[in-house]
Design a binder for this molecule. Structure first.
Ligand SMILES: Cc1cc2nc3c(=O)[nH]c(=O)nc-3n(C[C@H](O)[C@H](O)[C@H](O)COP(=O)(O)OP(=O)(O)OC[C@H]3O[C@@H](n4cnc5c(N)ncnc54)[C@H](O)[C@@H]3O)c2cc1C
Length: 471
């Protein structure tokens, strides 16, 4: 290892900045290259007409310990959502139905027929999956839970979180924790009961109740805070090529013709950018990872025009209804300071793997669709002019962990590790899409390099190139 050259991190999204921050805190010199004119990647917050809006992620959970600790180390105070955020709704049979949270609400919910409830109660007696690797989320869940809960609850949840389709996402690739519960305890119900008991003990010990969080002034405060601590973050610096000669350093070419030399490279750009920007990286072996497009639409309305009581996190809309929006977060109910007094802020999601073409609608078409569907779902006074209407399109929004994803990534990791020791690659397509997964992945990508750096400083010799490879 050449300790006179910095480690170069490509991409200033949450994964890249966490990796850079981890290196910096360990005393490793680091330069961050970011193609766009701001840090955060898909984490974008802005002010408009007195509303504070999130163009990308809106919340994370108190259980996301890596993220909570990162905020703490940066001196940021995560902002808890109002407690009503625990209640979620599903639009079903033309009304908002509360998602069951206890036995009584499960027995009385209109989201499931009596037969479906009876079938669901038999979950503990269903045999364990044997061929997990080849099953879609839908196949796996239908077998364990029966088809109705998949249609009315799981599929909308999968659309809301992964912008994905239960018919394509792989069960082990997308829901590894649930598969583990099944494998360890023979049943989701048994496994969850055990987890609830042990978690509540932990929470009581920590005195930190379950809640949803954002960061004051918007989620982008977090990447901005990391960038402010880092000595060398270069915006508008798009990496376009790289070379490495045997034992020599990496040379990263930039769009403006400049180049930078690096001892190591941590590439956290999305997989689709990796394939075009750095074609030399075993492009042939790079698995094609589909990204689902998604549009985030913010609607501000006078609160008196919204007749439906918004006492919850939001509403998910199953594909088996006549509505096209995927769901809507009642943002100003969760975080009241995000809307001016007397106003309501709604964040609507459209598109995803089940309806990708809706993201291509014109602004006028999207506005017509969203307003018409919100009017029905939330009982809004017809033709109320919105005080805010904002559309953010993410044509390649969320990587899809389709069947076989984990295996393909693992094979690709092995191939790149052999081809380019000294370079590690990763992001939300390798470590998981949730914000806390990206923090954990960024830390993991950096930690191998930190260990090697410390080795060189202590022993004055290059450590084994074994550590290098892919995240
Ligand atoms: C609409 C939406 C809503 C979401 N909601 C939530 C939520 O509520 N909660 C949650 O936990 N998660 C949510 N997520 C997921 C989460 O936000 C992402 O998985 C995470 O932020 C991705 O971080 P990343 O650093 O891996 O990738 P990115 O954010 O994509 O960052 C990659 C960076 O690399 C840069 N780059 C690309 N090419 C180059 C190049 N050649 N040279 C230099 N830089 C380059 C890009 O400009 C970008 O800044 C949401 C995602 C989206 C899209």
């Amino acid at each position: 290892m050449n300790n006179t050259l910095p480690v170069v991190v490509i991409g200033a999204g949450l994964t890249g900045l966490t990796a850079a921050y981890t290196l910096h805190k360990a005393g490793v010199p680091v330069v961050v290259l970011e193609a766009s004119d701001q840090v955060g990647g898909v984490i974008r917050s802005s002010q408009k007409n007195g509303f504070l809006i999130e163009h990308g992620p809106h919340t994370f959970q108190s259980t996301a310990s890596e993220l909570m600790m990162l905020c703490e180390s940066l001196g940021l105070t995560p902002q808890a959502a109002a407690p009503l955020g625990k209640q979620r709704f599903i639009w079903w049979h033309n009304k908002l139905c509360a998602l069951p949270t206890n036995l009584f609400s499960f027995l009385t919910t209109p989201l499931l027929s009596a037969n479906a409830k009876w079938r669901l109660l038999q979950e503990p007696f269903q045999p364990k999956t044997t061929a997990q690797g080849n099953q879609t989320v839908g196949e796996w869940a239908c077998r364990r839970l029966g088809p109705e809960p998949v249609t009315t609850m799981l599929a909308p949840f999968i659309s809301g979180v992964y912008a994905g389709s239960v018919a394509r996402l792989g069960a082990v690739d997308t829901l590894p924790m649930l598969i583990n519960l099944e494998q360890q305890h023979g049943s989701l119900v048994k496994g969850m009961l055990k987890k609830v008991v042990s978690k509540s003990k932990k929470f009581l010990a920590k005195k930190r109740p379950y809640a949803l969080y954002n960061v004051e002034d918007g989620m982008q405060t977090l990447p901005k805070a990391m960038a402010a601590v880092l000595p060398d973050v270069r915006l508008n610096s798009c990496a376009t090529a790289f070379t490495k000669h045997h034992d020599g350093p990496f040379v990263i070419g930039l769009e403006d013709g400049d180049s930078i030399r690096a001892s190591h490279v941590i590439g956290t750009l999305p997989a689709h950018a990796l394939a075009t920007v750095l074609p030399a990286i075993n492009a042939a072996a790079l698995p094609v990872i589909p990204y689902a497009p998604i549009a985030v639409v913010h609607v501000g309305l006078p609160s008196h025009s919204v007749k439906q009581s918004l006492n919850g996190f939001g509403v998910l809309v199953p594909r088996a209804t006549d509505k096209r929006i995927l769901g809507c977060i009642f943002t100003s109910q969760l975080f009241p300071a995000r809307a001016p007094s007397g106003q309501t802020l709604l964040s609507v999601f459209v598109g995803g793997a089940t309806d990708p073409i809706s993201v291509d609608m014109s602004d006028a078409e999207l506005q017509k669709l969203v307003m018409a569907e919100l009017e029905t779902i939330l009982n809004i006074v017809p033709n109320t002019p919105p005080s805010l209407f904002s559309i953010t399109r993410w044509p390649k929004g969320i990587p899809q962990t389709n069947v076989g994803h984990a295996n393909r990534i693992s094979q690709w990791k092995d191939a790149v590790q052999k081809q380019y020791p000294g370079m590690v690659l990763g992001g939300n397509y390798t470590g998981g899409v949730a914000l806390h997964h990206c923090v954990a992945e960024g830390q993991r990508l950096a930690e191998g390099i930190v260990a090697q750096w410390a080795d060189v400083e202590t022993n004055g010799e290059a450590a084994s190139p074994q550590m290098a490879g892919i995240g």
